[in-house]
Ligand binder design. Structure first.
Ligand code: DUC
Ligand code: ZN
Ligand code: ZN
Length: 481
């Protein structure tokens, strides 16, 4: 019998950012070809009766195989990182091609293509990290790269090898405005961190937990306010990444109440970890949870949950930054337990991002499944120029989706052994999960069947991205210039 479709998913309870409805999904050549009930047959079929089906996740903030100063080295390359992503329901990632000071952005992009090509198991785009905005880069290279589909770039306000001053940030924001690109800002006050760090070290306080003490909430609050003010001056939308703190949320809400187009992102670590996970004593175990900004207190956790539910946050990403706990390239540089400023920053989470939010957000009723879709797929697609090809379930869109296995009465205790990344720990070990993807479908291919990874390295394609469409009025503004 001739099949009309390559794949048909039957009786899916599809949730998009706006609606929930029962439908079959007919897939042809990697795209959604038809929706409706009682579709014709497919060469492969999945019976999704009773199962919620959401668009494949877009992890718009993750780090894979990003070159950094030795001995630190990320354990996940594009193969293991995207395998892990797919098993957790993510079908698109946007990691970072980072410029080295004194080098070009083009060199970073070319190097990063070499790392991804032939290895990625799911589709990918690249954000840029601009660490050295020379006049030539501002006038020529960055506009050219934006035109080629690298339509977003990250600006750091801290880290000695990456940070930019306010004048440099203003020039980059003006460039984002002129070319319709999205600037992403890491907001922490560098001088405050340096001063606090030195004070702690002078007092002999070197354990991992002092990482949190060296970057308290006000450090993020001040930089968040400054970033908002710089963007207001230029009159350009921008996105604050990995927002962790109650007072940073207040700044974002203050800005939005003034009508400013401030977008923002948060991550699982700010919902599920606190500063206590970095240690309640001087044990080195807490190095696993050293990331920046650091996890905060329960009041901040509650503020982050509230801001997820009330629409303040635009995006929920992992900020996956894969460093092993043991071994010479991760949390113990050259195998040594080091003072907190020398612990590589970052925690793994590319596979657990969606199951954690689905279990603790959707299944508990803290957020609707439609808000879940908005935060994890639709808004990332709109913010970074991938919508409607990605981020929704609609005719013509890529056939990227997750069919959920909800098991409220039989939750699974998460262990690192269940995960597919190359990191030797998860910060969420032992946490009870009430949902996990039963299937992940990427470009019409079943890449995860609830037990096995079925994808292949190299099947992921590079995505040259369009301009952001999330901020109303922007194309008209651009046309008017
Ligand atoms: N902080 C960042 O800004 N990036 C990667 C990891 C981290 O902790
Ligand atoms: Zn950052
Ligand atoms: Zn990051």
């Amino acid at each position: 019998m001739n099949s009309e479709f390559d794949l048909v998913v039957r009786n899916a309870q599809v949730a998009t950012a706006s609606d929930t409805f029962l439908t079959d999904i007919g897939v042809r050549e990697g795209r959604i070809a038809q929706m409706g009930l009682a579709l014709a047959s497919g060469r492969r079929e999945i019976d999704a009766l009773g199962r919620v089906t959401t668009p494949g996740g877009i992890d718009a903030h993750c780090h894979l195989d990003q070159p950094i100063a030795p001995p630190a080295r990320m354990t996940d390359d594009f193969e293991s990182g995207t395998r892990s992503a797919a098993c957790g329901g993510t079908t698109t990632i946007i990691p970072f091609a980072a410029q080295h000071k004194g080098a070009t952005l083009r060199a970073a992009v070319e190097d990063y293509h070499r790392r991804a090509n032939g290895r990625a198991c799911i589709d990918y785009g690249f954000h840029l990290i601009v660490s050295d905005p020379t006049p030539d880069i501002i006038a020529n290279e960055l506009p050219q790269l934006i035109a080629e589909g690298y339509t977003s770039f990250k600006i750091y306000m801290t880290y000695d090898d990456l940070k930019l001053d306010d004048g440099q940030i203003l020039r980059l924001l003006a460039l984002a405005r002129a070319h319709g690109a999205m600037a992403m800002i890491h907001a922490e006050n560098s001088d405050c961190i340096a001063w606090l760090t030195q004070s702690l070290l002078d007092a002999g306080l070197t354990a991992p937990r002092y990482h949190a003490a060296s970057r308290p909430m006000l450090v993020e609050r001040e930089a968040t306010h400054r970033a908002i003010s710089l963007a207001e001056l230029v009159n350009v939308p921008m996105l604050l990444v990995h927002v962790s703190a109650r007072e940073a949320v207040e700044q974002i809400q203050w800005a939005r109440n003034r009508g400013l187009k401030v977008l923002s992102e948060t991550c699982p670590q700010y919902l599920f970890l606190t500063a206590e996970d970095l240690g309640i004593d001087d044990s080195y175990e807490g190095a696993r949870c050293v990331c920046s900004p650091p996890p905060r207190d329960t009041a901040s956790q509650q503020a982050i949950w509230a801001a997820l539910a009330d629409g303040t946050f635009t995006i929920f990403s992992s900020d996956h930054a894969p460093f092993s706990f043991d071994g010479p390239h991760g949390k113990k540089p050259d195998g040594e337990e080091v003072a907190f400023p020398h612990i590589p920053n970052g925690i793994p989470g590319i596979e657990t991002r969606l199951p954690l939010l689905y279990s603790e957000g959707v299944m508990t009723g803290r957020i609707s499944v439609n808000r879940f879709v908005e935060l994890t797929a639709t808004n990332p697609a709109k913010t970074y120029g991938l919508h409607p090809r990605k981020g929704t379930i609609a005719i013509g869109s890529d056939a990227d989706f997750v069919i959920w296995n909800e098991r409220p009465d039989d939750p699974v205790a998460l262990t690192n052994a269940m995960l597919h990344h190359a990191v030797d720990y998860t910060p969420y070990e032992g946490r009870s999960l009430a949902a996990w993807p039963a299937y992940t479908v990427a470009g019409g291919e079943i890449v995860w069947d609830g037990e096995r990874f079925l994808g292949t390295p190299g099947r992921g394609r590079f995505l040259a991205r369009g301009l952001p469409t999330i901020v109303p009025g922007r194309p008209a503004e651009r046309a008017a210039r």
